[in-house]
Design a protein around this ligand. Sequence first.
Ligand code: MN
Ligand code: MN
Length: 464
Amino acid sequence: MSEELSKKLFNKKENGWKAVDSNEKQKIFDFSNGYMEFLNKAKTEREFVKHARELADKNGFKDIMEFDTLKPGDKIYFINRNKSMYLAIIGTESIDKGLHIIGSHVDSPRLDLKPNPLYEDTEMAYFKTHYYGGIKKYQWTTIPLSIHGTIVKANGEKMDICIGEDENDPIFTITDLLPHLAQEQMEKKLKNGIDGEDLNLLIGSIPYGEKGESQVKLNILNILNQKYGITEVDLTSSEIELVPAFKARSLGLDESMVAAYGQDDKVCAYTSLAAMMELESVKNTAVCILSDKEEIGSMGNTGMESHMFDFFISEILNKLEVNKPNLLDKVFCFSKMLSSDVDAGFDPIYASVSDKTNAGFLGKGISLNKYTGARGKSGASDANAEYVAWVRNVLENSDIKYQIAELGKVDVGGGGTIAYIIANKGADVIDCGVPVLSMHAPYEVTSKYDVYSAYRTYKSFWNA
Ligand code: MN
Ligand code: MN
């Protein structure tokens, strides 16, 4: 009796794997293999956008600039400075009924080179770095790092570099003090254990020639000159990022999880992109945002705060030949959005920071965050109950398991996403993504069940 009643009344969050048959499991694992392959070639925002474009081209999407007019069914994209991208499929419904937007970000925490990075000390050559996003600095020492980026010469000539991913490439590392001499360091607070100014990448130790100044630095510059035709000043007009050289791998004896760098937020970016590639016709115009600069506040012309996104939607209105004063505002006010960003997965080793009844768990499906923010919801975009109900309806109709969570205990901390930016334009927005363990670490962990759940959620949202 009570068993029946509790089944009816409780909101019980079941482990998703329990209901997965072998056929479904194969689908989940196959999808995750595609995800891991993509992660291995797309570790930076520029690489993600490059490969997203290739995928979009293959699936019949075209640059919006190639169109004079648009009609329902057209598949378009706009690439913003090679670092962010917006894709859309024009819906059959009049566009003033609003867009269905899914927005993620493709930048991840990492180490950027300083504008004048190269120096020599004690006949060893280094690159100086400035970290990007919220990192625990000690996690970035003594691991293999690779160098990714773009160098632009003053004449506009541009080259992409990627060293440390191929098995035959060298890798790089940031050294740390041996425990034998670390007595003083070990007394420090964890956050001060490694100084930001000490995150210097070891890149060489052979001097050029027999005598002279800074011969190891000279040798490095000579190698760079022979390989890329650059001189030291060309490094000032570059964007070079250091990321972990690890490959994405299946995690666990049961292979149920993915361990990889940059899953925040490439897991939501990839799953939404994959879902969009499979859409045929949609009712409301479907929009997929792959934004940049989320990890440092969404500012700048490739960040979500930029007017570049408004420009893209305005171009759609112009090319549909429906634009008129204030139509853009109207479109946003009637739009719905899933801000697809990762959630903090509940970690039993660090259980004390989470409220177990309001946490996102690995393996329990897509995680919705009604609000983010910190300390009294400060800075939060809080989804309206009506909209949460609408999203629940979509998920329940598609038989997708979901959990509604918040990021950590009250007053312990918090976080933000791009949700508030689109909500401020008038759209209904809720955060909706994959729970992650070790978020912002060089190696982050997700459940394959949740990765597949995200893909199914995004597809259902656009088809709603
Ligand atoms: Mn994120
Ligand atoms: Mn993040």
